[in-house]
Design a protein around this ligand. Structure first.
Ligand code: DQA
Length: 138
């Protein structure tokens, strides 16, 4: 059974409550349960942190044993050399996802420091971006 982890960065613990016109009204737990039901043959784990160093620790911890990482680094996408370096250091393939289409938003969101180190990027499809990333990994 393939082992895949979804890692969500800062403020994504507030999905369903936070800026619902951009991120939608569904909580991530709710969506995760749907994903697990729809992909019963994949072991899907989940980790969320608002803390940059904790995200780096998690990437290092699972980055040599899991089959894939679906990473929404949220705001750290645009700022974190540390997360970009952690992705470059590990062996597990990483897919970068974003719920919103970051290219139709403010200019600061048009730059991703992590994209050059990932297998591919999926953005703009709402929470479905995670299912598309899962499809790509399996
Ligand atoms: C996001 C886009 C980021 O610019 C933002 O900081 C987020 C969420 C997305 O999923 O659309 O927190 O990664």
């Amino acid at each position: 059974m393939k082992k895949i982890i979804i890692i969500n960065g800062p403020n994504l613990n507030l999905l369903g409550i936070r800026e619902t016109s951009i991120y939608g009204k569904q909580s991530f737990n709710d969506y995760l349960n749907e994903l697990k039901t729809n992909y019963p043959t994949v072991k899907i784990e989940f980790y969320q942190s608002n803390v940059e160093g904790e995200l780096i620790n998690k990437i290092q911890e699972i980055g040599f044993t899991y089959d894939g990482i679906i990473l929404n680094a949220a705001a750290y996408t645009h700022t974190s050399v540390g997360i970009a370096d952690a992705i470059a250091a590990i062996q597990t393939p990483v897919i970068e996802v974003h719920i919103s289409n970051i290219y139709e938003r403010e200019e600061i969101r048009h730059t991703s420091l992590i994209s050059k180190n990932v297998e591919g990027v999926i953005c703009g499809f709402g929470l479905k971006s995670y299912a598309l990333a899962l499809e790509a990994l399996i």
